[in-house]
Design a protein around this ligand. Structure first.
Ligand SMILES: Cc1cc2nc3c(=O)[nH]c(=O)nc-3n(C[C@H](O)[C@H](O)[C@H](O)COP(=O)(O)OP(=O)(O)OC[C@H]3O[C@@H](n4cnc5c(N)ncnc54)[C@H](O)[C@@H]3O)c2cc1C
Length: 410
């Protein structure tokens, strides 16, 4: 099925906003139960199907963005009997008339005035979350790896030879992409506010090992520093960037009064977290928190507004965002049953196992980890660290297992 003109209004069926893993999972789940109900997929991108976790492994595996596409949006929509409105952004939701306002998302459409209105019977919000760009990381100077299109542009720039890349933010994505770029032959500096990677989810005893593994690999890890500014040092739009950064007063390195030489790098990647755009949730009147996303009723994935569901990076369950792939299949199956009016047992949320994809160190976590709390060591040796996080009732709420290969042991 070809991409249709958005100005042609769809009949009232199911409309899904967003063609990431969440949106496509919902389509698969509905089509497994009903081959015919009208589904419209509206997405700001091309709708191509790809596995986003691959973005932190692809460069060292020499896989281009095109290699990662499993099916183009057009082909996938045709196969699933879905009307695809690609390169189309939803700008407004009217819950009284159950209509959506659309514009062209193509930058080549200067006025973005291609307004159209479509109706929905049931609406699924699967619009993901956006990277946060702090003021010191201007969006026009830094990259992110939260979408295949932007990732593909970065990959093209990096294909010209070994370069120096600064990565700001050592959460899971920053720590993974740092290793991937290093393996691909680039010089990598990883900068974080905290003394060690993954410090926002794991205790210092564990993150110290991760820092050691990352450094011993050859990544220049700068922990306890804040990037204060980025400037391009030539007029050339591909010219080098100067990254100024300073020690945080709270960090262990703050006693070092030496002025810090700025870094001169070819590229900066921001991996400083995600936020959910409030525009559509506000228009739809759904219960919403900017940091954690759209609130859903866990057993049904319904939002607080009738006929509207949410799934994926844009939603949260019990105040916790769940930005992982594993739960999507079961969540999508529940949404499918619920929108089709079928009996179901209700979605039961289980936090997925979290696994860092780095090879220099194996980090696995079950449960819901947090940096602070009553973490207890179960096993501790040069090779392995196992810790449990105990809640107020002394029950295990998370378990962390770290294994170090011999090459990075102390
Ligand atoms: C680099 C990286 C590595 C990862 N690795 C792992 C991993 O190893 N394991 C794991 O479990 N998880 C991993 N994740 C997380 C996982 O990939 C995400 O949780 C998941 O892909 C989110 O899918 P989504 O469909 O909710 O969002 P997205 O993929 O962000 O899709 C959102 C879609 O909505 C569209 N959209 C947004 N706004 C609008 C609008 N107004 N109108 C129309 N369309 C709109 C966008 O164009 C896009 O198509 C990783 C994430 C990243 C970034």
């Amino acid at each position: 099925m070809s991409v249709e003109n958005p100005s042609v209004a769809s009949s009232k069926g199911i409309v899904i906003i967003g063609a990431g893993l969440a949106g496509w999972h919902v389509i698969d789940a509905i089509r497994a139960k009903d081959k015919d109900i009208p589904i419209t997929l509206v997405t700001a991108d091309s709708g191509d199907r790809y596995h986003k976790p691959m973005l932190t492994m692809a460069i060292s595996q020499k896989k281009s963005a095109a290699d990662l596409v499993r099916a183009t949006g057009v082909d996938a929509a045709e196969a699933a009997n879905v009307k695809l409105l690609a390169n189309t952004q939803v700008t407004d939701v009217d819950t009284t008339t159950q209509q959506l306002q659309l514009i062209s998302a193509l930058r080549s459409d200067p006025a973005n005035t291609d307004y159209a209105t479509i109706s929905y019977g049931k609406l699924v919000l699967a619009m993901g979350a956006h990277p946060i760009f702090p003021k010191s990381l201007p969006e026009d100077l830094v990259w992110h790896v939260n979408h295949i299109e932007r990732f593909g542009q970065l990959q093209e720039k990096l294909a010209t030879g070994s370069q120096h890349v600064a990565i700001v933010g050592a959460g899971m994505v920053g720590t993974e992409i740092a290793e991937d770029l290093l393996k691909a032959g680039h010089q990598v500096t990883l900068i974080d506010l905290n003394d060690a990677p993954l410090s926002q989810m794991l205790p210092p005893k564990a993150t110290a090992r991760i820092a050691q593994a990352v450094k011993s690999q050859g990544i220049n890890f700068l922990g306890g520093y804040q990037v204060s500014g980025i400037t391009r040092i030539s007029d050339d739009s591909d010219g080098k960037l100067q990254v100024t950064y300073e020690a945080l007063a709270s960090a262990s390195n703050s006693m070092n009064a030496e002025p810090i030489e700025p870094l001169i790098v070819d590229h900066v990647i921001a991996s400083t977290g995600l936020t959910v755009d409030d525009k559509l949730p506000a228009a739809a009147g759904v219960e919403f928190n900017r940091r954690t996303g759209i609130v859903v009723d866990a057993p049904t994935l319904r939002t607080s507004t009738a006929n509207i569901y949410a799934i994926g990076d844009c939603m949260s369950i019990d105040g916790v965002p769940c930005r992982y792939v594993a739960p999507l299949r079961a969540q999508a199956a529940t949404i499918a049953d619920d929108v089709l009016g079928l009996e179901h047992n209700g979605y039961e949320h289980k936090p997925p196992m979290i696994r860092l994809k780095n090879k220099a160190i194996s980090v696995m976590v079950t449960g819901v980890p947090q940096a602070t709390g009553n973490w207890q060591v179960k096993t501790e040796s040069d090779e392995e660290l196992v810790m449990d996080l105990l809640n107020d009732s002394d029950e295990v709420s998370a378990t962390l297992t770290i294994k170090l290969p011999p090459s990075v042991r102390a």
